[in-house]
Ligand binder design. Structure first.
Ligand code: ATP
Ligand code: MG
Length: 341
């Protein structure tokens, strides 16, 4: 039977598959992935309301950044080693005492920069009474107050460090001194007892611990007695009185004190303190006409901002990985004297 089917062209086996188009797919997924990644990065940046740079401090709070303190890494200085053989636990320098125990470290250098900025922060001369505070708990107020006091003592100033955090005091623990008598007992005593400064292991640095926790810290600090105690401190010839304090947002104490000191320095925990919190704190300080001289960006990750600050942390003093042996501590802190008004 005759057929009308004929071969027009012979089918050829293709030498490569028509699908999938690998090169095109790779290109498309690269472009899509990159676009999504960049988009997500902007989205997260938009969601992140924390303060991370000195520029943001100025922009949000309207006050200058007077220092950037790097985070002390747990794998470096400060690592605590727990001994299992029952011996004394070995420890490196504490961040709170780093300016004394390892003055050549980068972090100590940062504290010296804060000191310099504070000393020149006001036209009328260096502030005598300085309050260190922050918006929220755990942002580094105590660590910065202690290091600032140490660095001021290191340049020959007589410094009194007062633990005015009557709610969660920590200075007595760091210096391992008694806390039976301090600011609170002096403020609540029926007659004005001079709070007896204790000698610290650091030359020219004296301490007033918080004393036992009172039932009404804000009322105590609001009293005329605080003003009289402060006058007493100044009459003792201290060049600077540094107050550690509780955070501003949960309690009223720091705002009350802020109105009575020459300078207030705010601590901002890099990447954690929110812009709203910083703006709110600055507003509260303005309401009492406190002199907020600036903010210290604490625990900053310098590696991510090296283009800003790298120059500050060069090793000026040679090898700073080997901490110097700290000067021997005085055996017993001693009470100086008791004064009655
Ligand atoms: N730059 C830093 N690098 C590493 N750790 C730090 C740094 N600054 C502070 N810390 C640590 O953070 C913790 C909180 O610091 P600190 O007690 O000084 O904060 P605070 O604001 O005084 O807290 P509180 O509101 O409870 O009084 C402490 O364990 C301290 O050792
Ligand atoms: Mg504290």
């Amino acid at each position: 039977m005759a057929s009308n089917v004929r071969i027009v062209d012979v089918a050829e086996v293709p030498n490569r598959p028509s699908s999938p188009k690998v090169a095109l797919n790779i290109l498309l997924s690269l472009v899509t992935g990159l676009g999504l990644g960049v988009g997500l990065a902007f989205f997260f940046e938009y969601l992140d309301k924390s303060v991370k740079t000195p520029e943001e401090i100025l922009q949000v709070g309207g006050i200058p950044a007077i220092g950037v303190v790097p985070a002390m890494r747990p794998d470096g200085a400060g690592l605590r080693v727990i001994r299992t053989d029952g011996g004394e636990p070995a420890r490196g320098p504490l961040v709170e005492l780093i300016s004394h125990e390892d003055p050549k470290s980068k972090i100590s250098e940062a504290f010296r920069e804060v000191r310099t900025a504070l000393l020149v922060s006001q036209a009328g001369g260096p502030p005598k009474t300085i309050l260190i505070t922050s918006a929220c708990p755990g942002e580094g107020k105590t660590a910065i107050a202690i290091n600032l006091a140490i660095t001021l003592a290191q340049i020959g100033r007589r410094v009194l460090l007062v633990d005015a955090d009557l709610r969660r005091p920590r200075i007595h623990r760091i210096f391992q001194i008694g806390n039976g008598h301090g600011l609170s007992t002096c403020l609540s005593a029926s007659d004005l007892l001079w709070p007896e400064p204790l000698k610290s292991p650091i030359q020219r640095l004296d301490l007033i611990p918080s004393g036992p926790m009172p039932p009404n810290p804000a009322d105590l600090l609001d009293s005329d007695r605080f003003a009289r105690v402060q006058t007493e401190f100044l009459e003792q010839g201290y060049d600077h009185i540094i107050y550690d304090s509780p955070p501003v947002l949960p309690v009223a104490d720091p705002v009350i004190m802020a109105a009575r000191v020459d300078a207030v320095a705010l601590v901002v925990l890099a990447g954690v303190t929110s812009r709203d919190a910083l703006a709110h704190v600055v507003r509260r300080l303005q309401q009492v006409k406190a002199r907020a001289v600036g903010a210290i960006l604490n625990r900053a990750d310098l590696s991510s901002q090296s283009y800003y600050y790298g120059y500050s942390y060069k090793r000026y003093y040679g090898d700073d990985d080997k901490p110097e042996a700290p000067p021997a501590a005085s055996p017993e802190p001693r009470r100086d004297r008791t004064v009655r008004a």
